[in-house]
Structures are given as C-alpha cells and as structure tokens.
Write a protein that binds this ligand. Structure first.
Ligand code: ATP
Ligand code: MG
Length: 578
C-alpha cells in the first residue's frame, strides 16, 4: 500500500524527503532546550556563576531560532507534499473516469465519483500531512526522550515503564471502540453528500414540485445522522483525556517523589530533576500523538480504498485494434443483438434478439412506448454500452473492432438528455468538430433551424451559455445539440427524442433540410410523434425490447397493431403530443 501511495508522489519527492528531515531537526532542537535549562540551574544558579547562564542562554536563543525556522520549512514541505499527493490522485481518478463507459459510470453513480474525487482525497491529504509532521515528530521525540532520560538517570526512567502500559492499554481500547465509529461516520458523510449533490443537480425539479420541505427534511435527517456519528466518535476520543491527565499527574508525582529523594541524597543534581520531568512528559505526549495519528490513518483507509477502487476499475469499453477501417458510408447493422444493464433491474435483457439493417443514406425512425429500449438500442451504435450477445456493425465492421475515436467520429449523436457546456455557442458547436469553418457552422445551424434564433441574440454565435445551457429554451437547446452533432458531418446521425421540445412546424423544416442537405447521411431518429416519423424510409416499432414490426408508414398502418394504436392515440390528442 505504501509503495502504491509513493507512486502518486511523483514530482514532489524532494518535499516528501525534506519534510521528515526538517521535522527531525526541529524536534531535536526543541529537545536540547531542557538540557540547557539544566545547565543554567546546575552550573549557574546553584554555583552562583553568571558565565554559564549567559552561554547557555545564548545557545538557547540560537537553538530556538533554528527550531522555528526548520519548523516553518517543515510545514511548507509537508503541505506541498500533501497537496501534490492530492493533485496526483485526483488526476489519476479523473483520467480513469474519462475513459469510463456509461456502464462504469452507472456502477459508481456520478455523485459518488464526485465525493471520491473531492472529500476522500482531502481526507488522504490531511492524513499524509499528519504522518509527515505529527507522526515523525512524535517518534523522534519518543526516541530522543528515552535516550536522554536513560543517559541522565536510568533509575528515574523506570517510572515510564510503570505508566506506559496503562496508557497503551487505554489507547488500544479507544482505537478498538473508535475504528467502527469512524467507518460509520464516513458512511454518514457519503449519505449527506449524496443528498446535497442530488438536490443541487436537480434543484429546478425540486422547486417545480414544491418538494423543498420534503427535501429539507431529508437533508436534516442526513445532516443529523452525520453530526450524531461524528459526536459518537469524537466524544469517545475526548473520554481518553481524563485517563491521560491522570497518567501524566501520576508520572509527575512519581518523578518528583523518587527524584526528590535522589537530589536530597545527592545522587542527582537538582537541575536535572526538571529536565527528566520534561522528558518523561514528552515520552507520554508522544505516545498519545502516535496513537492519534494511527487513529487518523485508519480513518483515511476507507477513503484510500474508495479512491483506488476508481483508479483500479478497468474501463469496460476499450479501443478495438483494427487499423484498416472501411470507408465511412453510414451502414448500420444489428445482428441478433441482446443487451442488459449490469446495474439496476433484475439483470433482465432490455433488448432481445434484435436484427436490423440500416442502409447508407436511409432515414430510419424508431418508435415504441416508453421504456421499450429505444435509447438502449441506439446507445449500442457508438458503444456507450457493449452488446451482451450478437453484433453491431458499422460499415460492415464490428463496433468493438474500431478504435473508439474512429467509431465515434463517424457518428453524430444527440442524446435524449443532452447537455450544453458553459461557454459560447460557438465553443459548444465546435465540440462537434474543432476544425469546422464559419460557413460550416452556419450551414449546420441553418439545417437544424437554429440559425435564426442564434442570430436573434445580440452576440450571435458568441452568446455565452451558462452551465447546462440554462439560459436558452428547451427547444433552442435541442436545436443547438442537433447543430453540434451536424457540425461533425457524420456518416450516421442519431437523434434520440431530440425534437420533442420543438414545435411541429419547425420540426417539419428540420426534416426538410435533412432531406435536401444530408442526402448521403444515414439518419436514425427516435421520436414520440408519428407526425415526425411518417416520412421515414423505414419505421421500426419496438415493443418490450424486441422489434415488433418494420415498414413504411403506410405499410405499418396496414399491418401493425401497435403502430396503429400509437397513431390513433395521437390523433385524439389533436396536436400529436401523445
Ligand atoms: N443506465 C441504466 N441502468 C439500468 N437500467 C436502465 C438504464 N437505462 C435504462 N434502463 C432500463 O432499460 C429499459 C429500456 O430503457 P430505454 O432508456 O432504452 O427506454 P426508451 O425506449 O428509450 O424509453 P423512453 O421513450 O422513455 O426514452 C428500461 O426498463 C429502463 O428502466
Ligand atoms: Mg429513451
């Protein structure tokens, strides 16, 4: 594990090495001060001689200064090392997440991925700080104090032997009690984060359903849960304090009692009494610090496990290795495809034995009730998910044999819940193809019926979109997403319910320009309204994950009961929004 963590300290090695060295120097300097104090008492005060007082005093100032400077530098190094570790871990996680397929993201859930990249990494960062500074300091102090006490008066050092086991046992008991409590505390924090993130992401929905009160209750529950878990753990930790105080006081009394006798019996100089007392206190303190550091270490072990779980997940969708790719034509073929999601559901097939061919340049529509697997079907084409059985072919080659960027480069996809990113409209559109010229952008915008409203903004293509595109209407957002996919000039254009918020007249115009300007492009569209699909070359009716019927509008009106039902239900609705 340590070796593994060390590999994430790349670029920060000098801080990792520098910090403990500086801490050791700082601690040793501080340990010298009681020795100088003893000299002042023994040589100076007791012998009524000023010279040693001046000498030792001056030395004390130098040593204290050195301790302050090395202490400051040590803090700087430790901070750098810890921040560097955090940065490297976050980068490793981010890179891994970027290569995740949709299925991998489903497995973790986005909100947990966010916690794992922020809170968990911060935990690890804090712990590494504690290890580099407090733990090293405590261990140095412990060793130095033991050595110094033994060298001054081995018999008084025996006091430590009496007190130490008591402290150790108390600490062990505390750890045993606290480990599970910390684990619970971290879980409670997870739950709290989940609540907050879910609420912030969906704040508009919460408000539109006037669910603030219910959500507030859920938040208060989660928050109280975390507070209670935190209190349970921390209160136990506080309970150790009286035990430690008693141990310290007992040690003081014992040292003063036995040490006093030694001084009176002239076995030891008076000046050393205070020094030994100081060192013994430091031994006990450092034991406590080691205990606390170990406690913190185990606390962050859960975080470490969660972070490495992300980094260690192999992306379930990886590049194929076929290098001689067929020319992009836009042919899509499903051969006996079955598919199921790994998460949720009962692991049942969402798509069953689908066989379907879409010829280059065809305009194909997929219809069917909600939840019948339409989105799942088209998501298989750019390999957002991989088939469970069978094959998906694009231009005659299995999608799993394509390098991912080559495959996705052929496909323009507008997802059902697509998003725009903060930035200008132009920046968003260039996602489709970063080398697109101004003319190409304008043409794509015109084809998607987005040009007019873009130009109606004072700043046209340079209009700034807020995160998620909140400052454009739903229909405008959909048309921008279509434009973005079209800028790519894909061989296959897939629109998943992408004109649901666009009025019928505008939708008709989009269809017209597709017909005229995208003659060579295969278009696969999923739509709820029959009016949007009735001119398609081929309409595929999905039902419970299987292809129920295929044909043109007229053929299906004749032969398909499901299609007729959908058609009829929309006629009653009048505007066809069924
Ligand atoms: N990420 C996912 N994880 C688990 N199950 C999923 C996931 N996405 C969809 N499903 C399930 O797969 C089934 C098909 O969903 P799909 O999204 O393909 O339906 P759809 O036909 O596109 O529906 P709609 O018309 O509402 O968009 C549904 O039962 C759904 O619950
Ligand atoms: Mg869908």
């Amino acid at each position: 594990m340590l070796k593994r963590i060390a590999s994430y300290l790349k670029g920060y090695e000098r801080y990792v090495i520098g910090s403990p060295i500086l801490v050791i120097v700082e601690t040793v300097c501080q340990m010298i001060i009681p020795l100088l104090m003893a000299r002042i008492i023994n040589e100076g005060i007791l012998k009524e001689n000023m010279a040693p007082i001046w000498q030792a005093g001056a030395l004390m100032v130098v040593v204290a200064l050195a301790a302050t400077i090395t202490g400051g530098l040590a803090a700087k190094c430790a901070t750098n090392a810890a921040q560097g570790l955090g940065a490297n871990l976050r980068r490793a996680e981010f890179e891994r997440v970027a290569s995740f397929s949709f299925a991998d993201i489903d497995k973790f859930s986005s909100s947990s991925l966010i916690t794992r990249m922020t809170n968990d990494v911060t935990n690890i960062q804090n712990t590494s700080m504690i290890c580099l500074r407090i733990l090293i300091r405590a261990v140095t102090m412990l060793i130095a104090s033991v050595v110094l006490t033994l060298s001054i008066n081995p018999r008084l050092a025996l006091v430590v032997l009496v007190i130490l086991p008591i402290m150790a046992v108390a600490l062990l008991i505390l750890m045993k009690i606290c480990f599970p409590l910390f684990e619970k505390m971290q879980k409670a924090l997870d739950h709290l984060n989940e609540q907050v993130q879910e609420n912030l992401i969906a704040v508009r929905v919460v408000k539109s359903y006037v669910r603030e009160d219910r959500e507030r209750e859920k938040f208060i529950d989660a928050n109280d849960g975390f507070t209670a878990a935190g209190l349970r753990a921390v209160l136990r930790m506080v309970a150790i304090q009286p035990v430690m105080m008693i141990c310290m006081s007992a040690a003081t009394v014992l040292v003063l009692y036995f040490g006093g006798q030694m001084v009176l019996g002239l076995e030891m100089d008076l000046g050393y009494l205070q020094t030994v007392l100081d060192y013994i206190m430091q031994i006990l303190m450092s034991i406590m610090m080691v205990g606390m550091a170990i406690l913190q270490l185990t606390r962050s072990q859960a975080s470490l496990r969660r972070v490495f779980e992300v980094i260690d997940t192999q992306p379930s969708v990886t590049d194929g290795d076929e290098r001689s790719l067929p020319a992009p034509q836009g042919r899509v073929e499903f051969k006996d495809v079955s598919f199921r999601y790994q998460t949720g559901g009962a692991g049942e097939d969402v798509l069953k034995n689908i066989s379907l061919t879409v010829e280059p340049g065809q305009f194909v529509a997929i219809v069917g009730g909600t939840g019948t697997g339409k989105s799942s079907l088209v998501n298989l084409i750019p390999r957002f998910y991989d088939v469970h059985k069978g094959q998906v072919l694009v231009d005659g080659l299995d999608v799993r044999d394509y390098p991912l960027d080559a495959l996705r480069g052929r496909i323009g996809m507008v997802l059902q819940n697509n998003v725009l990113f903060s930035g200008t409209i132009r920046e968003n559109l260039l996602w489709g193809n970063e080398n697109a010229t101004e003319e190409e952008l304008i043409q794509a915008a015109k084809d998607a019926q987005a040009y007019d409203f873009i130009m109606s903004f004072p700043e046209g293509f340079d209009t700034y979109l807020e995160q998620g595109g909140v400052n454009v209407s739903g229909g405008q957002k959909q048309r921008l997403c279509i434009t973005r996919a079209m800028v790519r000039k894909p061989a296959v254009l897939i629109l998943d319910d992408s004109t649901s918020a666009v009025d019928s007249a505008t939708e008709g115009k989009i269809r017209e320009s597709f017909r005229e300007n995208l003659k060579g492009t295969t278009v696969i569209i999923i739509a709820q309204r029959i009016s949007s699909v009735q001119y398609a070359d081929k309409i595929v009716v999905l039902d419970e994950g299987t292809v129920a019927d295929v044909g043109t509008h007229d053929e299906l009106m004749e032969s398909s009961k499901i299609y007729r039902e959908i058609y009829d239900s929309q006629q009653e609705g009048g505007d066809g929004n069924g």
